[in-house]
Structure formats: C-alpha cells, structure tokens
Design a protein around this ligand. Structure first.
Ligand code: XMP
Length: 523
C-alpha cells in the first residue's frame, strides 16, 4: 500500500486514481494523519499539492514522524515545499503564479543512479502541468536538481540517499504527458510495490472481509434503490453471506416509472438477492400533502424512510429469529470513496448546500454496525466491479437518482396527479435519450414539472396547462456540471411526444444553466 497524504489539493483524488490504474493499492488520508495511528505499513508516501501557501499561518503540515518511516517519499507541488521546509530548503514566493504547460528539462546524474529512477524511460524534455505560487529558491541539503524549467530552477529534486523526491508540477493530471510513467517509476521501481491490485482480487478480499466481520450466523440489512452503488454492494453481500443479507426496497411513491417492478426483476429474479419490497407510497404521499419547501420535503421523506425501513428490519429480525438465525447486527451502506474523502478532509466536510437524504440516521436509532464494502472505490471502479459481478450494463450505467425522487422534481406541492405527470414526462424523455444513443454521454437527465401554467392552443381550443423543464448535464463528480448540448432534432421529438402524450402539459422547455451557479436539481 502507498500512503497519499492530502493537503487539500483539487487533484489529490487523481493521484489515488492514477496509482490504482497502475495496479497498486493506495489510500488517501488527511495530511494531519498521526503516523503512529496508521492501520497499515506503507511502502511509500506521496504528499499532495494544496491550495495553501507554505508560508500561510494556518498552512497544514505533516506529522514529522513520516520521515522516520524510512520509506520513499514523493512531494508534489506543495508537497515539495513541505519536504523542503522539513529539510531546510529555502522557499520563495513566486511573483506571478505559474499555471499551465511548461517544458521540463531532465537533468541526469550518472554518479547517483538512484536519483535518476524517477524520470527513467523519459526523453530529455517532458511537457508538464504547473499550478503553483511558491517555488524553491534552493535545494535542501543533500538534494540534487533532477529537472528544471525556464521559470523554476528547482522544478524537480531528489535526495542522493534518502529516497526522497520532490516535483513542482502535477504528474497526476493528464496534461503532464509522462505523468503516469513518473508515478509508476515511483511506486513500482522506487517503492518496490507490485502491480497486483485488480478488481477480481478486490472481490475475493472483500468477500473474505465481510464473512469475517459478520461471522457464521450474523445477519445484515441494507436499503437498495435500483442505483448502481446499492445494487453492487448488495450483490457483493449476497456473494459473501447469501440469504443472511436482506435487501429492502421502500416504495416511497415518488420513484420513476415502473421502478419497483424493474428493480425487483433485476435484484431478486436475476441476481438472486434476498429482497423485500415495501409499498409505503400512501404513507409518504399523505405526509407530503401541503408541503412546498424543498428542505421540508427532504426531511419528511428521509424520516419516513427511516421509520419504514426500521420497522421492516425489525419484522425480518423477528421472523428469522424463529428460524434460529443470529440477530441483525449490521447495516449495509453503499458509501463510495469520494464521500469518505469528503468527510476525512483535514478541512472538514464542505458546507451543506442541500441536505442530501441518506440513511445515516438509521445508525443512531438502530445501533447497527456499518458495513461499507465500496468505501475504497471510485464510481467507475464500482461500475467495473458491477460488470465482474454480472450486473446488467443497463443498471451499471444508470444515471444517479436522488433519494427524495420525483418529490423534488415536482416544484411546489407534491400530489399524486403532479407525480404522475412528472413521471410520465420523465419516462418519455429518458426513453428518447436512449433511442438517440445519448444516454451514456449524459451524466444525469430528468424532467421537472414547473409550478406555472401557460396558455396554449390544441385543436381549436385554448389550453391553460403546465410546463415541463428538461434537464441534462455532463459532470464527473456532480459538484460542478455543464448543461448538455442536446441535438435539436432529439429535443423536437421529445417535446412533441411529451405534449401529445402527457395530459396536463402544453409546453416543454430545455434548461441551459450550468452548476454553479445553478444546481442540478431544481429544488
Ligand atoms: P444538486 O442539485 O445539489 O445535485 O446539484 C447534485 C447531485 O445530487 C443529487 N441530489 C440528491 N441526492 N438526495 C440524494 O440522494 C437529495 O436530497 C439530493 N439532492 C440532489 C442530484 O440528483 C445530483 O446527482
């Protein structure tokens, strides 16, 4: 395992990605991690970049014990300054921030072959990506310059004996042409890691781990939604403990068209997961009567969900007890690595803009222990895992869907009629996007029902009906998003179908706002 210490750079997770792509397992931890508390023995350590300047009063720093681990260290950008700060180099503040492409000239040292290892296999120059304010004014004691650019005389340095390297540029971004090779040189050749981290090995290890935690008689419950994360997590549990895992699907009345039937067909019939479907739609919809505030909708749906889920879990617990099974002690959650990173950051979780519905509240009430088999994975790794677990492509590539569902896509009051209109329009929209072969290019698409009426004419009659807004975005992390340039002919077809087929709608508009400053959902 390689340890990556995160100083808060926007690129930190990319370092993790690249190293896993090389086939080496690595973990990203906050830079303030106490070395004595590490739960593994790293074979190498990488310091990330940072939005801070090393001279800031509140600039983050590592536990100096990291230097006593006696394993290779690679500092990237701020990480280089941090090494230098600990080893006595001088750090200057750039008069102009340096940002963008630069040519790195590689300087080799035949008399110290070890320092050449970082750039081995590269040509004499390499295009790299810079993004920094500070730079080194001198190399610390015992360090050699192994690369420079026209603006940074100390763009890359290496210690003659201590296996410590520092680079000013960002090898983790694809604009650094040889970036991956440099990281591979570091983790494989310099740290001596083996490239044996694959999804197949992950499945075996994870199944083993789950069995050990749950024990021979223990039981686990988990909510499933029909999304890729909960489905993959559920299938993994099924492989590990069979029908001692109980999946629960709560129909909250604001799900997509025929969603419950579809999820049941895939999870239960195709994947053999032990699934209970609870129809609580009336309970949810009754509680939503008269509610228009988006945050209130989220709270009601979140709390009702917990209530229904708990009572269902208690029922299963009772029933299986009679079969001589152990108690249900665990709750499955499909938490992904980006959520983990967000909550472990040394800066703390970022400010809440919308309270996202999750089942965290369950834990406090039920005193269940958490099992999170996907907590080390990124979204595309979950997809790869899903494929290996034989989950249908259609599900693996499904767009995300919010917990409060159509309730936050019906603006204003959520009634059964309004939900039916939004659901029907959304179904047509998604169907046509798929027919046009655009579904995978789009990260998320849905139809929202607006709380306004507009005048139209149908046949010879004046109409006064509602408006559907179509939203489609491209995004990698859903923190930022761009609206998708939907081809006009596809829009034309969708609009025709919705207005003709969905009663109560006489106008369709396309949303051309990016996030920020808009958000992906309308509520
Ligand atoms: P926003 O609207 O915040 O959405 O730009 C970002 C992503 O989060 C999803 N989203 C939610 N997911 N519960 C969820 O489970 C929620 O309350 C919620 N609100 C937004 C949204 O669909 C998008 O993928």
């Amino acid at each position: 395992t390689v340890l990556i210490l995160d100083f808060g750079s926007q690129y930190s997770h990319l370092i993790t990605r690249r190293i896993r792509e090389i086939g080496v397992y690595c973990e990203l931890l906050p830079c303030t991690q106490k070395i004595d508390d590490l739960h593994f023995q790293p074979k190498g350590v990488i310091f990330s970049g940072s939005p801070y300047s090393i001279s800031d009063k509140d600039a983050p720093h590592v536990d100096p014990k990291v230097f006593d681990l006696n394993v290779p260290i690679l500092g990237i950008c701020y990480g280089l300054q941090e090494i230098s700060r600990n080893k006595g180099g001088k750090i200057g503040i750039c008069e102009r921030r340096e940002y963008g492409r630069a040519q790195l000239r590689i300087i080799r040292h035949a008399e110290h072959p070890f320092v050449d290892k970082l750039f081995q296999g590269l040509d004499d120059t390499s295009e790299v990506w810079m993004s920094h304010g500070d730079h080194l004014d001198s190399a610390p004691e015992g360090f050699r310059v192994i690369g420079d650019t026209t603006t940074s005389a100390f763009a890359a340095v290496a210690h003659e004996t201590a296996k410590t390297f520092g680079i000013q540029f960002h090898p983790e971004v694809t604009h650094s042409k040889d970036g991956k090779r440099i990281l591979a040189n570091f983790v494989l050749d310099i740290c001596g890691c083996e490239a044996n981290w694959t999804m197949a090995s992950f499945i075996d290890k994870e199944i083993e781990r789950i069995r050990n935690i749950v024990g021979p008689n223990g039981q686990v419950v988990g909510a499933v939604s029909g999304g890729v994360d909960s489905t993959v997590a559920a299938k993994l549990m099924k492989e590990a403990i069979g029908d001692r895992f109980h999946a629960i699907l709560v129909d909250n009345g604001v799900m997509r068209y025929k969603e419950c039937q579809n999820v049941k067909a895939i999870l239960s019939d195709r994947l053999g997961i032990n699934l209970d479907v609870v129809d609580a739609s009336d309970l949810f919809l009754d509680r939503l009567v008269g509610v228009t505030d988006p945050e209130k909708k989220r709270k009601i749906i979140g709390n009702t969900f917990i209530e229904v889920f708990e009572s269902e879990a208690a029922r299963i617990d009772n029933e299986t007890k009679q079969l001589g099974r152990g108690k249900i002690d665990f709750l499955l959650q499909g938490t992904l690595y980006p959520d983990v990173i967000e909550s472990i950051s040394f800066k703390g979780p970022s400010a809440t803009i919308k309270t996202h519905h999750n089942v965290g509240g369950l834990l406090e009430n039920m005193r269940l222990k958490l099992i999170e088999p996907l907590r080390e994975l990124f979204k595309d790794e979950v997809r790869a895992l899903g494929k290996l677990l034989q989950i249908d492509d259609e599900l693996v590539w499904r767009h995300p869907f919010p917990g409060p569902g159509i309730a936050i896509r019906v603006l204003g009051e959520v009634t059964r009629t309004q939900v039916a209109i939004a659901r029907a329009a959304d179904h047509i929209y998604i169907e046509e996007i798929k027919n046009a072969g655009l579904y995978r290019q789009i990260s998320q698409a849905y139809a929202a029902l607006l709380p306004v009426r507009s005048v139209g004419v149908m046949g010879d009659k004046r109409t006064y009906e509602q408006v559907i807004a179509l939203r489609a975005v491209e995004s990698t992390d859903f923190m930022t998003a761009d609206w998708f340039p939907m081809p006009y002919d596809v829009l034309k077809h969708i609009s025709n179908r919705i207005i003709n087929e969905v009663k109560g709608v006489n106008r369709v508009v396309y949303d051309v706002s990016s996030k920020p400053p808009s958000t992906i959902e309308w509520e």
